[in-house]
Design a protein around this ligand. Structure first.
Ligand code: MG
Length: 264
């Protein structure tokens, strides 16, 4: 009996001491305050959004506002761009070749609108083909092509339809409007980064909204667009944005309302 009493006293003593120890260990740290996770700088710049969806915000560089091609040159010889400006839109001049921006860009947000003519003819890749080269690295079709094509009831290889990163990335869905209607592209381009020796440190990434619908989400490009063979990178710096004059015989497409926001 005595032994049992002693044992139970010892037990309660242990429990009691343990709870004191635990109390010391559990001493509440200072209570976090909501202010500790508030950042008050740097304060983002004030930007006035466009008055309607698609209109350039106040910090955009307007590349084409319907009046002239002062921001553009012919890709092959850097002479004044010879596409046709009329009625607030610019129409591809297939004989004059690709045009590109005078300015060079690294990381950016791009908005542009394009329209396949209502009387378009042809099929597959030969129907309203053009393209947006997100960084133009050569005079011909050098760079990374976001495909432009009539993809309204027009079958072709799916990594070559509108909204594709040509021969690299199939668009998630096909939100193409019918010929004669305007389509929008909103693009976020993250340029590739190269090491000093020319090796690739980080690939290019692209996010694309097509008519407001997400079709590419931070896609890591495998390299520059190749018509034949696999894509690969070659080192480059900031580059122009280029629009494609495709050689197919279908009537030429038009562009309007092109602006860019430099993200560097
Ligand atoms: Mg094309």
């Amino acid at each position: 009996m005595r032994l049992r009493l002693w044992a139970s006293a010892a037990f309660f003593s242990m429990v009691f001491q343990g709870s004191i120890l635990q109390g010391q260990q559990n001493q509440a740290p200072p209570k976090p305050k909501p202010e500790e996770t508030e950042l008050w700088s740097p304060v983002p710049n004030v930007v006035t959004p466009g008055s309607v969806y698609g209109a350039p915000p106040s910090d955009a560089i307007v590349l084409f506002n319907g009046e002239n091609l002062n921001e553009w040159v012919s890709s092959k010889d850097k002479s004044p761009a010879k596409w046709i400006v009329a009625d607030g839109v610019v129409t591809v001049n297939k004989l004059a070749g690709n045009i590109e921006t005078k300015r060079k860009f690294h990381n950016y947000q791009l908005h542009l609108e394009w329209r396949v003519p209502e009387n378009v003819t042809g099929s597959g890749q030969a129907r309203g083909n053009s393209g947006v080269f997100l960084a133009a690295t050569g005079t011909e079709d050098g760079g990374y092509e976001l495909q432009v094509l009539d993809s309204y009831n027009n079958q072709t290889y799916v990594n070559g339809m509108a909204g594709s990163v040509y021969k690299q990335a199939i668009p998630f869905v096909n939100p193409t409007r019918k010929p004669g209607e305007w389509q929008t592209y909103d693009v976020v381009w993250q340029a590739p980064i190269f090491n000093q020796d020319g090796g690739l440190r980080s690939p290019a990434y692209v996010t694309v909204l097509f008519n407001g619908v997400l079709v590419q989400n931070h896609f890591a490009l495998k390299g520059e667009t190749r018509y034949i063979g696999q894509p690969y990178y070659k080192a480059h710096g900031p580059e122009p944005i280029m629009l494609q004059a495709h050689g197919d015989p279908s009537p030429p497409i038009s562009f309007r309302n092109i602006w860019v926001r430099d993200l560097d």
